[in-house]
Design a protein around this ligand. Structure first.
Ligand code: GDP
Length: 613
């Protein structure tokens, strides 16, 4: 048996290897493994597994998923130690395998989101690009709203046509909602700023959203046709928010455009290709498809329909899939022109019919081998979702301490909303000053205004706490915060905020242990009662309590440290013995006490830091 082919991949397996003799192999099984898969993993014909099951009085078809313990037992009978991986791990492992070895990685089109302040022309720009560019050659083709569309752009260097994919839900709400669900779909964000209006609150929000998601920006300075247009002013405004355009010595491309006259659109698209090239976007085409749900709804006639952005592999009609906590079979696929298609590769957005239920945008989408498997996975996810809903973890100022300890948070992320720009600036200044080399305050977003849904979404996605100074939360935002477990702290005095944040930061510091010596005893005689060694001792200093820790000293050496197994006065168990009295002491896990040993008793206390220094 060639064990080299079966490299241990999980910790459980590594532990398992220690106990495996040469004859036994290791197999990795995913939860809900089918009879056929189990047989393949154990190098046996499926009928052997069916026979083993029959022995147990179980009639199983070859596609039937097996109970985890049962699968392990059968593998064991074939001479294999089985390690069970969860679906998520399984998907992760296959994704990694795809990245590492399986399949050639080839370039893929970039996926773009448009963000910016209301009325700056996001929708107009999307429409203008769509109208001029969608499927050149299919003049007059009516585009369908599927949540995304593809445009063909000529690559100046090669003269070849290349695709760019736009997610057409403008605004950062959709973007953040997807990110909050763990989906990373956008490669580049276009930040639309109206040349006659300049940087506005939602422009800043968009910048912060893109930064938090680590997505590069391309600035589109729109409405350049207008008389009051001033692209320089826009770029100077952006500088104040750390967006340094190329004209101002930075690396963020900015293009002057007009959605109305179509001026600059080609240049904008070419710029997107350049940024995409720098990111070297690639994907494996030749593997089962995986991606994310872009949008989904219930259609009266067609049932649940959803748009999937394929991110790896190629999706085919007839494929069976799992999407979040629902599943289905691809009954039909349509592109953004409403044309029926039968396959879709990476970066393609396609509308799919065949969902059993409506998924949520941002849900992951994954092809699985068969319906049984899909059903098991979905059952498992629904169970998990239920359990998770019960113990949804809120990040609050009170529990951020333990969240940090769990390694989830490395700093204190904050979102600040205040009544006026002046108070925003002063708050940000004061809070940033609190940062020390041990704990850092990270302001993710700060703006004047009420706390809105976007703030809450951003807080959820970034595990941040929202501070509302002299301002309220919109009703919807409050409801969302409640639903998503986001902590909003309302205040009307600045120093109360700094005090509260400082206290939370102190809480983030590790507690230290402080030892206090409580007493000492001298061992005078050793007895053995039912094999337990009891040291007849005399308390020479302080006192001894049953709960104290003990340290045994022999001369200069410390020979044992641990806890007390029993503490007796004569034959009775007691809680405490004071200075000047005899007692019997037995130690937990140490029988080597001798006459003349000194036992020191101490307690450990956790000392929570009380200042940041
Ligand atoms: P959104 O809220 O960002 O999606 O903005 P819209 O696309 O709805 O545009 C807001 C307004 O600006 C509309 O009245 C548009 O007609 C107008 N608009 C958008 N782009 C341009 C442009 O390039 N030039 C001019 N003059 N008006 C524009």
């Amino acid at each position: 048996m060639d064990l080299k082919l079966r490299q241990p991949r999980s910790r459980a397996q590594m532990i398992a290897t220690e106990y495996v003799d040469e004859e036994v192999g290791i197999v990795m099984l995913s939860e809900g493994v089918s009879v056929k898969e189990l047989a393949e993993k154990c190098n046996r014909p499926a009928k052997d597994v069916v026979a083993k099951l029959l022995h147990r009085g179980i009639f199983a078809t070859i596609n039937q998923p097996l109970d985890t313990e049962l699968a392990k037992e059968i593998a064991r009978e074939f001479g294999y130690l089985a390690d069970i991986v969860t679906f998520e791990e399984d998907v992760q492992i296959s994704a990694e395998e795809n990245n590492d070895v399986q399949g050639e990685k080839l370039p893929r089109p970039p996926v773009i989101t448009i963000m910016g302040h209301v009325d700056h022309g996001k929708t107009s720009l999307l429409d203008a690009i769509r109208k001029t560019k969608v499927a050149a050659g299919e003049a007059g083709g009516i585009t369908q709203h599927i949540g995304a569309y593809h445009v063909d752009v000529k690559d100046k260097n090669t003269g070849l046509m290349r695709q760019v994919v736009f997610l057409d839900t403008p605004g950062h709400e959709a973007f953040t909602k997807m990110r909050a669900r763990g989906a990373k779909v956008t490669d580049i964000a276009i930040l639309v700023v109206a040349a006659d209006d300049g940087v506005m609150p939602q422009t800043i929000e968009s910048i912060n959203h893109a930064k938090a998601a680590d997505v590069p920006l391309v600035v589109a300075i729109n409405k350049i046709d207008k008389p009051g247009a001033n692209p320089d002013k826009v770029q100077q405004g952006l500088l104040q928010h750390n967006v340094q355009t190329e004209a101002y010595g930075g690396d963020v491309p900015a293009v002057a455009v007009s959605a109305k006259t179509k001026q600059g659109l080609d240049e904008l698209l070419e710029t997107l290709l350049l940024v995409a090239d720098m990111k070297e976007l690639t994907a494996v085409y030749d593997c089962p498809a995986a991606g994310s749900i872009v949008e989904a709804r219930l259609d009266k006639g067609r049932g649940a329909v959803a748009t999937v952005l394929v991110q790896q592999g190629t999706l085919h009609q007839g494929d069976i899939f799992v999407a979040g906590a629902t599943m289905g079979r691809v009954r039909a696929m349509f592109n953004d022109l409403g044309a029926r298609i039968t396959e879709a590769g990476p970066s393609n957005a396609v509308q799919i019919l065949g969902f059993e239920d409506v998924p949520s945008s941002g849900d992951n989408f994954q092809i699985v081998e068969n319906e049984n498997k899909a059903r098991t996975i979905v059952g498992f996810r629904q169970e998990k979702a239920k359990a998770a809903a019960l113990q949804k973890q809120r990040v609050t100022l009170e529990n951020i301490f333990s969240t940090l300890k769990d390694g989830l948070i490395k700093e204190l992320p904050l979102i600040i909303k205040a009544d006026a720009q002046g108070s925003v600036e002063s708050l940000v200044g004061q809070l940033e000053k609190l940062s020390t080399d041990k704990v850092r305050v990270r302001i993710i977003h700060a703006a004047a205004g009420t706390v809105n849904e976007n703030d809450v979404l951003l807080a959820e996605a970034s595990k941040a706490i929202v501070i509302a100074f002299n301002t309220k939360a919109e009703k919807k935002a409050e409801e969302l915060a409640h639903e998503e477990g986001v902590d909003i702290r309302f205040h009307d005095v600045i120093y109360k905020i700094t005090e509260e944040i400082e206290a939370a930061m102190v809480g983030l510091l590790d507690a230290t242990e402080k030892e206090t010596i409580q007493g000492q005893a001298e061992v005078r005689q050793i007895f053995k009662v039912n094999k337990t060694v009891i040291a007849g001792s005399f308390v020479t200093e302080g006192k001894v309590q049953k709960s104290y820790k003990a340290r045994v000293k022999r001369g200069e050496d410390v020979i044992f440290e641990g806890s007390l197994k029993s503490l007796k006065r004569f034959k009775d168990d007691v809680h405490e013995v004071k200075n000047g009295l005899d007692c019997g002491i037995a130690l937990e896990g140490f029988d080597g006490l001798k006459e003349g040993d000194i036992i020191e008793f101490f307690t450990n206390e956790k000392v929570i830091a009380t200042s940041l220094s």
